[in-house]
Design a protein around this ligand. Structure first.
Ligand code: ADP
Length: 437
């Protein structure tokens, strides 16, 4: 039995004993009066505690006192402790809920929780952005009243969520969205919204690339197989035979160049980032480019080299040589005979610059933003005639951007072009600095 209860019983027994004793010693009435006063005292004591717990239960708070005395001490203390534990538990659970909600808000995917009637219970910021709904005004609204695109409404109404729905949003610049619906809890649904615009774009680019490569290979292959047929089935003179063989070599060279450019592009794309410790002997590279220009031009152009400053580049030599070499070869190929080509090289602590200026056919400004796209050509026939694959400038762009370098294109149709590759200071190595060769 709890000590407090024993104390209470002892108090009652002592009051009764005192009452009996006074009743025997003085008069029975005196005994009853004392006993009654003791009972009234007890009642007042219990009423006071009842009042305390009643008041506390209306606004329980660990800060408010709930101090019981005597028989009330222990139950008060237990209630108080229990309430404190509950409060701690609720605080902990609230923290968990907040963490989940914050994580849900941070997701890139849009999330919308629907109740059993399809009304929005909760959604995150991404869902607001993708679907144009608002947590402030739209909670409790049926989602199909807010996102009214027919494909979306039909998908939700059909209730078959085995495959995700793809549709073009009428907001976010017509972004492509992928919608998945998952059942959770009793009769609730979770809508997951993903922006797949970029993935679709990449997919389209991959398809275009495969179609372009197939097309580029099919033309020379068709020509080659036609000539083979001719060689096999027709009686040809030695002169005709060597003419056909020369045309076939031209076609196979064309395919070889295409495959070489494709391999260069793919090796640049898959290689690890170029090191900053590797020294590229800039003077030797620029001189080699100058000689290559002469070799390609075979005396058809007036080619000059202007060089300023000293220092080397940091990076992957084969990639830089490939990028700058393509600019030089383009200048030669797109400058009519008798034209002028100037290579300008400048290097210093603030960065390096390689410019190729020609007096060639020039480019309409309309084409300039697209020149570095794979297989983009201003004049397909002219590019092919001069041995172009349509991949040169995309190799330039990739190789330069891997070295944090930029490509600037200026051109005037009929007057000429200037292609400039600019390397930042971080890619310049002073002549006396030690790097790996
Ligand atoms: P291509 O193999 O066709 O030369 P590129 O990617 O190197 O492919 O160049 C893309 C297109 O840019 C070319 O087809 C050509 O129309 C244009 N172009 C590139 N360099 C020059 C230049 N120096 N002068 C004029 N047009 C150029």
């Amino acid at each position: 039995m709890p000590v407090s209860l024993v104390t209470a019983q002892a108090y009652l027994a002592a009051s009764a004993a005192l009452g009996l004793f006074l009743g025997w010693l003085v008069a029975p009435i005196a005994g009853w009066v004392v006993f009654s006063l003791a009972l009234v005292g007890q009642l007042a004591y219990h009423l006071r505690h009842w009042f305390l717990i009643d008041r506390w239960s209306r606004a329980p708070s660990p800060a408010a006192d709930l101090d019981g005395t005597g028989i009330w001490y222990e139950p008060f203390f237990r209630v108080y402790r229990h309430e404190r534990e509950l409060r701690r538990e609720i605080g902990h659970l609230q923290g968990e809920v907040e963490r989940f909600a914050t994580a849900g808000q941070a997701l890139n995917d849009g999330i919308v929780a629907l109740d059993l009637t399809g009304r929005i219970e909760w959604c995150n910021r991404s869902a607001e952005r993708y679907l144009g709904i608002s947590r402030r005004t739209d909670l409790g609204q049926p989602i199909i009243n807010l996102v009214r695109q027919p494909a979306f409404v039909a998908y939700l109404n059909a209730g078959d969520f085995a495959e995700p729905l793809r549709f073009r949003s009428d907001r976010n610049d017509g972004a492509s969205l992928s919608i998945r619906v998952t059942d959770y809890g009793p009769d609730r649904q979770l809508i997951q919204v993903k922006d797949v615009t970029q993935a679709e774009r990449l997919d389209q680019m991959r398809r275009d690339f495969v179609a372009n490569v197939s097309h580029e290979l099919r033309t020379p292959l068709t020509v080659l197989s036609g000539f083979l047929e001719t060689l096999r089935e027709m009686e040809l003179t030695a002169e005709e035979r060597s003419h056909y063989l020369a045309l076939m070599t031209e076609q196979s060279d064309r395919m070889l160049r295409l495959v070489q450019d494709l391999l260069t592009l793919s090796s640049i794309e898959s290689a690890p980032p170029p090191s900053e410790d590797q020294r590229v002997d800039a003077a030797a590279l620029v001189n080699k480019l100058f000689q290559d220009a002469h070799a390609l031009s075979a005396g058809r152009h007036d080619i000059r080299l202007e060089s300023r400053g000293s220092g080397d580049l940091r990076g992957e030599e084969s990639e830089i040589a490939s990028a700058l070499g393509n600019l030089v070869s383009n200048a030669v190929r797109y400058t009519p005979d008798g034209g002028r080509i100037t290579l300008r090289w400048a290097i210093g602590p603030e960065g390096a610059e390689f410019a190729v200026e020609d007096s060639g056919i020039g480019i309409d400004p309309l084409h300039i933003p697209r020149l570095t796209e794979r297989f983009y050509r201003v004049d397909r026939g002219r590019s092919r005639e001069s041995g172009g694959t349509g991949l040169g400038l995309s190799i330039v762009k990739h190789a330069l951007s891997r070295h944090q370098a930029s490509l600037d294109i200026r051109s005037t149709p009929g007057q000429g072009s200037c292609f400039t590759a600019r390397f930042p200071a971080s890619r310049v190595m002073a002549a006396d600095e030690v790097g790996s060769a």
